[in-house]
Write a protein that binds this ligand. Structure first.
Ligand code: 4GN
Length: 221
């Protein structure tokens, strides 16, 4: 899968060069291109924001640099074009799975008070929110979407990891333990050392139900 990210702050995306997503880029399973919107500004000072018509606080991202960037990067509109915004459709594991079916994604990151609405109208297929809170920019949401979608791309993670994780059956994941068997007096549950796979599965299901009831009763309805 190819993911194009458009931002005024490309340096913030170094996170995606680390660990699992970094490795997936090196192996070729994943191609992530981070583009600096400023390079597309036709203004002599590379200006990308301006005052809002109608007044009000803050600055608004100008349409020209963003429009030209999107059309240079995805000229035949082969990507699902996403804008990250608190006004968007809330991201869920289901939406992540849907997005993972696409060959190309383009994610536009907003900053300041917002972006000229004509960009949404002319260029964007889908507005996505990662939750009901406001951030200073769309860069963290773009990384969240990229990370969550990339896990479904073949060759990025061990496919077995996708089977039993949180949300896959409307249940949260059971607890995990590794060595040592006793850490600061807290012991690994005996059943996990028993080698009895049926009993282990039963225990994990029970723990999943308990944690879901406690933290996310809404998932059980
Ligand atoms: C997305 C963007 C929160 C989200 C954002 C979210 C930057 N904050 N909940 N802030 O997914 C107006 C235009 C605010 C850019 C945007």
């Amino acid at each position: 899968m190819k993911i194009d990210i458009l931002t005024l702050f490309p340096e913030t995306f170094s996170y995606l060069n680390e660990s699992i997503i970094g490795r997936a880029q090196k192996s070729g399973a994943l191609e992530i291109n981070v583009h600096d919107i400023r390079n597309y500004s036709t203004d002599k000072h590379k200006k990308c924001d301006d005052y809002p018509f109608g007044g009000g606080a803050g600055m608004v991202m100008m349409p020209q640099p963003v429009y030209d960037a999107i059309n240079a990067i995805d000229p035949r509109h082969e990507s699902i074009r996403i804008f990250t915004s608190p006004k968007g459709k809330t991201l869920s594991q289901g939406l992540v799975c849907e997005l993972a079916k696409s060959k190309n994604l383009l994610i536009l990151c907003g900053h300041y008070e917002g972006i000229d609405e004509r960009i949404i109208e002319l260029c964007i297929d889908l507005e996505v929110s990662i939750g009901d809170y406001v951030l200073t920019g769309g860069e963290l949401p773009a990384m969240v979407i990229t990370d969550a979608v990339s896990r479904y791309v073949s060759g990025v993670i061990n496919e077995n990891s996708l089977q039993e994780e949180s949300f896959s059956s409307n249940l949260l994941e059971y607890p995990q333990y590794t060595r040592p068997q006793d850490f600061k007096g807290v012991k690994v549950p005996d059943v996990l050392l028993s080698g009895n796979h049926a009993e282990i599965e039963k225990w994990r299901k029970q723990k999943s139900l308990e944690i879901t009831k406690k933290n996310r009763p809404d998932l059980l309805k």
